[in-house]
Design a binder for this molecule. Structure first.
Ligand SMILES: [Ca+2]
Length: 482
């Protein structure tokens, strides 16, 4: 061995063994897809989730926590930019609707569809950009959902490493969205792992990322699972459920029958679909499998002796959909009811002086996550970037009240607002609207718009003010005309 090589080997070896721990906390941001408000053991639900329960016992559980949109894509865009969907430009879904009616694209057709060419405006910066500039190594394993062209992919948005799917939903085994392959490794599509359950793949990649991590460098591990989103398969037997491995299904009571025939299937023909009971069982199994994967990630960090220095955040990207339990909330994914936008969130960071086992009922949102993580990481957000949230650590430590007094939602014609104790919902397409004192009526059952016209007028005025602020913000693609 030459002298130079010896020195290099010695240097690498010492960086693994003797190096000082990083001075900034590492970050693990875990996102479940369409998890119900009541769907973890620690939330009182029936689903087996010992690892997430442990996060709740050792961390803080947020019970008054909202995401910025009631479905996948804009919720993730807002999470990663710290900006309202209407400000960062991802104010609707990046997807093709035709597969919902059974259409199969040819490759040439698909290449020209919005699902393929749409993406988050390249002028937007992500949490990974800021953390990367602060010296973090950034990896994402799971659902990206912010564009599949090279300029939109995670490796163009601050991440060093990516393995996952680019679309808004997939079949858990084929990794296709309605027949279209969706899995990528960095900038390249891959079908190498076709046939393997995707939660297992994201776990495999997350562990690889951790094992390759120099012990003296902080990291950002973004782990957005597909589970427990509905399977995006054209096969009605698969599409009507949430796929899960047999060993996790076996942890729940057997259900029979598993299938039924329906003449009201979306493609217009009678179809064999999964029964409601089987769907709930499969959903639960998919959540338990995800929980198991999260447990293995936590164990690996623990075995490196760095768990208490690491910030671990878990949330759902929107309210529960099919198979979920949103009790006691009204409505589900896609709606402006609490069941669409209020989600479970857990935060663990002992070194950040977060007391274990706390339940925090302050009004907080996913817009707070980027500023909080950048603050903890000492990562700089340029002054000309308008953020819609704030650093939440003092609120989580119980030192201050949440500065947030309002939150607004817009999904096409659907509008929603939370101002102080009140919530306003307006969904003309469903002929549903109302005003609720949410702090007394979490289930949105008692419409007070007749009794409190002044409150209604005030919340609507604040909504219009927010809408006009979004309209006046520097415009971003792809949905706006500018
Ligand atoms: Ca979702």
């Amino acid at each position: 061995m030459t002298g130079l090589l010896c020195i290099v080997v010695f240097f690498i070896a010492s960086s693994w063994t003797d190096a000082a721990p990083p001075t900034s906390p590492s970050i693990v941001l875990i996102v479940a897809d369409d998890l119900g408000y009541n769907d973890l053991g620690c939330l009182g639900g029936q689903i087996i989730s010992p690892n997430l329960d442990r996060l709740a016992v050792e961390g803080i559980r947020l019970t008054n926590f909202y995401v910025a949109w009631s479905a996948c894509t804009p919720s993730r865009g807002a999470l990663l930019t710290g900006r309202y969907p209407q400000r960062n430009g991802i104010s609707d879904m990046i997807r093709n609707e035709a597969p919902d009616y059974g259409h199969r694209y040819t490759a040439a057709q698909y290449a020209a569809t919005f699902e393929r060419i749409g993406g988050m405006d390249v002028r937007e910066s992500t949490l990974a950009n800021y953390l990367s500039d602060a010296g973090y190594r950034c990896g994402i394993y799971g659902k990206w959902d912010l564009g599949s062209l090279r300029r939109f992919l995670p490796t163009s948005r601050g991440f060093d490493d990516f393995y996952g799917f680019v679309n808004t939903g997939i079949d858990y085994y084929t990794h296709e969205r309605y027949g279209v392959p969706s899995m990528f490794r960095n900038e390249s599509p891959t079908v190498d792992d076709r046939g393997t359950y995707c939660t297992d793949l994201f776990l495999r990649e997350a562990l690889r990322f951790l094992d390759q991590q120099p012990s003296d460098q902080p990291y950002f591990l973004y782990l957005p699972f597909n589970a427990p989103h509905n399977s995006s398969s054209l096969d009605p037997k698969i599409r009507s459920t949430i796929q899960a491995p047999e060993r996790f299904k076996a942890m729940y009571p057997e259900v029979a029958p598993t299938y039924r025939t329906t003449d009201r299937y979306r493609y217009g023909n009678p179809a064999t679909v999964v029964t409601t009971e089987a769907r709930r069982r499969d959903y639960a199994a998919a959540v338990t499998c995800m929980d198991d994967a999260i447990g293995q990630v936590i164990s690996r960090i623990e075995s490196r002796g760095q768990l208490d220095q690491t910030i671990v955040i878990f949330l759902s990207d929107n309210g529960g959909g099919g198979g979920s339990d949103n009790t006691p909330l009204r409505g589900k994914k896609s709606t402006m009811w609490e069941g669409g936008v209020r989600v479970p969130c857990l935060v663990r960071w002992p070194d950040g002086k977060l007391k274990p086992g706390q339940v925090n009922d302050q009004l907080l949102t996913s817009l707070e996550i980027l500023p909080s993580l950048c603050s903890a990481a000492d990562a700089e957000v340029p002054a000309d970037v308008t953020l819609d949230g704030f650093d939440w650590w003092d609120t989580l430590r119980g030192d201050t009240e949440s500065p947030r007094k309002s939150m607004f939602w817009k999904r096409q014609d659907r509008r929603g607002a939370r101002v102080d104790d009140w919530k306003w919902v307006d969904m003309p397409d469903k002929d549903q609207s109302g005003l609720y004192r949410i702090t007394d009526d979490i289930g949105e059952s008692n419409d007070l718009s007749q009794q409190y016209p002044d409150v209604l007028a005030d919340i609507q005025a604040k909504y219009r003010q927010w809408e006009s602020e979004m309209q006046d913000a520097p415009p971003r693609g792809p949905f706006r005309d500018f």
